[in-house]
Design a protein around this ligand. Structure first.
Ligand SMILES: [Zn+2]
Length: 125
């Protein structure tokens, strides 16, 4: 989690983003690998990772036998999905969205379950 906090601080006010890999066992998600992906939008309210980078990162993780767990990004606002986030969350299916607020240091993880936004517990090792 320290890496993500530092990255968010360095990127501020631009949103930082990262891909999270690890193990998905039943209801529990444990993140063991964090890969920071530069925000190509360089926006303080939206983020997007370079597709080629994302592809490479996924391939590498697969070779390491890791599951894709979710997506991290930072907010200048509180740690709650924005309207944009909510739209993308629907596209990413079961992925867990970890959000860190640069404003108040709050951290929260969310997932769309059967169309509804739910708060989930995510361990970052
Ligand atoms: Zn967001």
């Amino acid at each position: 989690m320290r890496l993500l906090k530092n990255e968010s601080k360095n990127a501020h006010p631009i949103e930082a983003c990262a891909l999270l890999f690890g193990r998905l066992i039943d209801e529990e998600a444990v993140v063991t690998k964090v890969v920071v992906t530069p925000n190509v939008l360089r926006s303080s309210v939206r983020f997007e990772a370079d597709p080629q980078t994302v592809f490479n990162v996924f391939e590498q993780a697969e070779q390491e036998g890791l599951d894709f767990v979710g997506i991290f990004h930072s907010h200048s606002a509180p740690a709650h999905p924005s309207v944009f986030d909510f739209q993308y969350m629907r596209l990413w299916g079961e992925a867990v969205w970890l959000i860190l607020s640069s404003a108040d240091g709050g951290v929260a993880a969310f997932q769309i379950v059967k169309g509804d936004l739910q708060k989930v517990v995510l361990k970052v090792e």
